[in-house]
Design a protein around this ligand. Structure first.
Ligand code: CTP
Length: 421
């Protein structure tokens, strides 16, 4: 079973999209529909709502009563931004009929309505079934737009030839048969891992990453060597597994993983504010950021001058322990994972102390006495501590270590639902 998002644009062939929904649902797929405002002149919302069993959306700012859920899925607690919620959960985005105007907008990357905005935000296979008058179909502008979309990876289900909607017109431009559009969609999904239900589908994961910088003056700061690689790898892996991911990024210059909501912060205080605001909406919190434990008590507003001084003393004051605060504010059902950077022997004991003191579900321990792993390296080797024991993750790319950490999170969550009430 797949979740198919169907975009219906304006054209007489919109009525055939109803048949497409019927075929898709009969084949076991869950379908949600978004319509362009013009398409409603051809087929109304009520028809698509009837055949999909789910609300139909037309406008970008229209709240989605199903909160982005597809038929058969539980609605999440939080109201997502409508086009993002739907594309995040879908396995394929089919636009049928795709009018000449919609194709032009898609080729140009426009996002002026819900249907085109969703297309721009979508990372799943895009299937386009054009339908239009034969002169529009053969127009060089339409040809060029299709060429562009095809080059970008969209599947084009070519229209058929035959009598067209306006009397006496004959030629290419008739919407392809719904069964052919469904077959093309299933083929497009078959080539992609997206088709399989993913292990973190519907889960909301909050990741903090990078290292905070606490200002000394207008240009200098107290910071640390964390690059953010582990956190970014965790965010990318959680996204790949289907989660809705928010990354609070402290001074990270790495490439942003696709589909991850990214919030930039600089200081521990900014990170704390962002994390507290996001906590309630998260099922899993992965606190990979290296948060400064101290900050200059009185940062200078301008740049400090040498002024012939022999030395300078900077007084540091403690920052808040963000993870501890999150742990104290968390609600049941949330999984909290902390990270501990420890030096050699005694690390395990220290990390277990953190697990207990901060009330965490797991702590990921890094040995920072090793120079071949950790901070600026692409590799890591960690020990994951939980109440049940320890698990060693041997040296590997940070992406592989991230996958092992998420496996552990999935195990923890599976165990927690099995506990008697
Ligand atoms: N952490 C935090 N807020 C801080 C400091 C750390 O949320 N002000 C989080 C880190 O993101 C990490 C974990 O707590 O997940 C690390 O624990 P902590 O005891 O602060 O680690 P260190 O600073 O390395 O500890 P210590 O100096 O006690 O060894």
């Amino acid at each position: 079973m797949a979740r198919i998002l169907l975009g219906v644009s304006g054209g007489i062939a919109a009525y055939k999209a109803v048949e497409l929904v019927r075929l898709a649902t009969r084949a076991g797929h869950a379908v949600r529909v978004v319509q362009t405002p013009t398409s409603r002149r051809f087929v109304g919302k009520a028809t698509f709502e009837g055949v999909t069993g789910a609300p139909v959306l037309v406008h970008e700012f229209e709240p989605d009563p199903a909160r982005g859920a597809f038929p058969g899925d539980a609605a999440p607690d939080r109201q997502p931004i409508s086009h993002l919620g739907l594309v995040a959960r879908s396995h394929a985005y089919v636009i049928a009929p795709a009018s000449a105007n919609t194709l032009a907008k898609l080729a140009g990357g426009h996002a002026d309505n819900l249907l085109t905005g969703a297309a721009l935000a979508s990372t799943v296979p895009l299937v386009l079934a054009p339908a239009m008058n034969n002169h529009m179909w053969e127009h060089p502008a339409t040809r060029a737009n299709l060429e562009t979309l095809h080059r970008r990876g969209a599947t084009i289900v070519e229209p058929g030839r035959g009598p067209l909607a306006s009397e006496g017109e004959w030629g290419a431009g008739r919407l392809a048969e719904p069964a052919d559009i469904l077959a093309a969609t299933e083929a497009a999904m078959g080539g992609s891992a997206e088709f399989r239900p993913r292990s973190l589908d519907g889960m909301r994961v909050l990741v903090t990453a990078g290292g905070t910088r606490e200002p000394i003056d207008a240009v200098r700061f107290v910071g640390n060597r964390s690059s953010g690689r582990t956190g970014v790898a965790l965010a990318a892996e959680a996204r790949r597994r289907g989660a809705e991911v928010t990354l609070i990024a402290a001074n990270i210059t790495l490439e942003r993983p696709e589909g991850v909501r990214w919030i930039d912060v600089e200081t521990a205080a900014e990170l704390e504010r962002a994390a507290s605001a996001e906590l309630a909406a998260a099922d899993v919190v992965l606190m990979a950021a290296a948060v400064s434990d101290f900050r200059p008590a009185e940062p200078a507003r301008d740049k400090l001058k040498k002024d012939g001084r022999e030395g300078i003393t900077i007084e540091l004051e403690p920052t808040a322990d963000v993870l501890l605060a999150l742990s104290q504010a968390r609600h049941t059902g949330q999984t909290l994972v902390g990270f501990a950077a420890e030096h050699g022997d005694g690390g395990l004991r220290q990390a277990r102390g953190k697990l207990e003191r901060k009330g965490l579900d797991a702590v990921v321990l890094n040995d920072i006495s090793r120079t071949d792993i950790g901070f600026e390296s692409h590799h890591n080797e960690v020990t994951i501590l939980t109440a049940a024991g320890e698990r060693q993750v041997s040296r590997g790319e940070k992406s592989v270590v991230a996958a092992a950490i998420l496996d552990e999170v999935e195990t923890l969550r599976a165990e927690s639902v099995e506990l008697p009430q």
